[in-house]
Ligand binder design. Structure first.
Ligand code: ADP
Length: 192
């Protein structure tokens, strides 16, 4: 079973792609953003803590995020394979994930990286704000999320690229075309 990560700037469509790719490989798509949003909705202690960061477009602190992810990864459906969406987002989180996977004796097989131009990302997110009313989809907050992606998450891409497991993918076309390309890229990586 595949152990995968999908990365991409806010608005790149990574959540949607994650769902389709995970379904193809029969693994759960685990989105830290969705996990946080569920906590916020349920008004849990974690949700109250995370909500403030999310509203401002800031990252939730690494240890808080990692503890939440660990619990989710311990669930039965993620025992052999998973597609992580939104984690790791910082270099510190790479180390935490490495430790988690080493303890499970599981290597990471591939990291999909969606790319898209900033003006397209902004346009998509403003459209999504209109449709879904995500409270972190206002222009100022979006700019902050894009900035954090550049400053904190690009180094994560570089690290995985240096490990030779990064699969860059053009995220600007049709949803289905991108899914097909992603699946093909992962299958090539799994066969290599
Ligand atoms: P997007 O990629 O569109 O910004 P996500 O749904 O992946 O949205 O994440 C929403 C918010 O959840 C982030 O802006 C951040 O506040 C928080 N978050 C999600 N994943 C992480 C993470 N790995 N580390 C820190 N914060 C996170």
């Amino acid at each position: 079973m595949a152990r995968l990560i999908i990365m991409g700037p806010p608005g790149s469509g990574k959540g949607t792609q994650a769902e389709h790719i995970a379904r193809h490989f029969g693994i759960p798509a685990i989105s830290t953003g969705d996990l946080f949003r569920a906590h916020v909705r349920d008004k849990t202690e974690l949700g109250l803590e995370a909500g403030g960061y999310m509203e401002r477009g800031e990252f939730v602190p690494d240890h808080v995020t990692t503890d939440m992810l660990k619990l989710r990864m311990e669930e039965a459906d993620a025992a052999d394979g998973f597609l992580l969406d939104g984690y790791p987002r910082t270099v510190i989180q790479i180390g935490a994930l490495d430790e988690m996977l080493a303890a499970r004796g599981q290597p990471l097989e591939a990291v999909l990286a969606l790319t898209a131009a900033d003006d397209e990302l902004l346009a998509r997110m403003l459209r999504r704000a209109h449709e879904q009313g995500r409270s972190d989809d206002t222009e100022a907050v979006i700019q902050r999320r894009l900035e954090l992606y550049r400053d904190e998450t690009q180094p994560v891409l570089t690290a995985y690229s240096n490990r030779g497991i990064l699969l860059p993918l053009d995220g600007s076309g049709e949803r289905e075309t991108i899914t097909t390309a992603a699946i093909a890229a992962v299958e090539r990586a799994l066969a290599a």
